[in-house]
Design a protein around this ligand. Sequence first.
Ligand code: UGA
Ligand code: MN
Length: 331
Amino acid sequence: MATRMKLKLKTVFVLYFMVSLMGLIYALMQLGQRCDCTEHDMPKDRTISRLRGEVHRLQEQMKKAEMTKSPQKQPVKAPQPTIFVITPTYARFVQKAELTRLSQTFMHVPQLHWILVEDSPHKTPLVTDFLAKSGLTYTHLHIATPKDRKLQEGDPSWLKPRGAEQRNEGLQWLRDDGRDQQAAVVYFADDDNTYSLQLFEEMRGTQRVSVWPVGLVGGMRYERPVVEGGKVVRFHTGWRPSRPFPMDMAGFAVSLKLVLANQDACFDGNAPMGFLESSFLQGLVTMDELEPKADNCTKVLVWHTRTEKPKMKREEALQAQGLGSDTAVEV
Ligand code: UGA
Ligand code: MN
C-alpha cells in the first residue's frame, strides 16, 4: 500500500516536473523569436534600398564609362609608314665612328629599316659585325664603284659623284623585295651628315617627294626650297640655281610607291658635278609637286657635316720602328 502511494506521488512529481519544464521551454522560445516590429526597421530598410540603388547607379555609370573608353584604349591605328634609309659607306679611318653616330641616331627612330651599302667588292667583317650588334632592322649590301668612276687618292672630292652605285643597289633591293603594297618612304642618308630625330617624322608622311632645307652646304649657311602659298617656287642656293633640282641628297625623301612606279629612276654615276640629285629626281616629279616640310622649309633639321681626315703621322713613325698600335684593335 505504502509503495503504491510512493509510486503515485513519484508519477505526480514527474508529471509536474515535465509540465513545468515544457512551460519553461515555451517561455524561452517566445523570448528568442523576432517580434513583429516593422515600424522600428523602416529607416534601416530604406537605407539599404537607397544604398542598393546607389550601387546600381554606379555600376551603370562604370559600364557607360568603359564603353566610351574602350575605343581610346585600343585605337585602331594604321601602322606608320616604314622609312627605308639607304646609306653608301666606304672603308676609311673614320668609318666606324661615322656608323656609330648614325646608328645611334637611327635607334631613336621608330619603323626605320637601314639599307647599308658598302662600296666594296665584298662585305667587310667590320661592317658585318657592326650591323649584327647594332640592334637595328637592316639589310647589308655591297657593290664596288668601278675604278674609272672612283675618286683616287689626291683627287678633289667634287671630281666624281660618290655613292651613286651604292644608292642604286639599295633601290634595286627595294624593287626586288616585292614591298609594293606598303606605305613607305625612301631616304638617302650619307654616313657623315648630322640628322635630327624630327626630320624623320617630317618625312614619314611623304606622298611623292618631300623637301626641306639642308644646313652648312654648298658654301652657305643653308640651302633650301623657297615656298610660296604652300608650293615650292624656286631654290635658295649659291650655285647654278638653274639645275633641275638644285638640292643636296640630304634634302629630300621619296615615297616607295613612286620608286616602284618608276623602275628606271636611278642615280647617274657619270652625272656632272652637282647634277647627281637631279639625275634621280627629274624623272619622278616636277617642282610644282614637291611637298615642303619643316615648317614650309624654314627649319634646318639636317646638316651636311664633314669629318676631318685624321692625320697618321705619328702612327706611321712608330710603325717604322715596329712600335705601331696593335692592328688587332678595331677602330
Ligand atoms: C655631297 C652630297 O651630300 C652627297 O650626297 C653626294 O653623293 C656627293 O656630294 C656627290 O656629289 O657625289 P660629300 O660630303 O661631298 O657629299 O660626299 P661624301 O660624304 O664623301 O660621300 C657621300 C656618300 O658616299 C657617303 O655616305 C660616303 O660614305 C659614300 N662614299 C663616298 C662611298 O660610298 N664611296 C666613296 O668612294 C666615297
Ligand atoms: Mn658628306
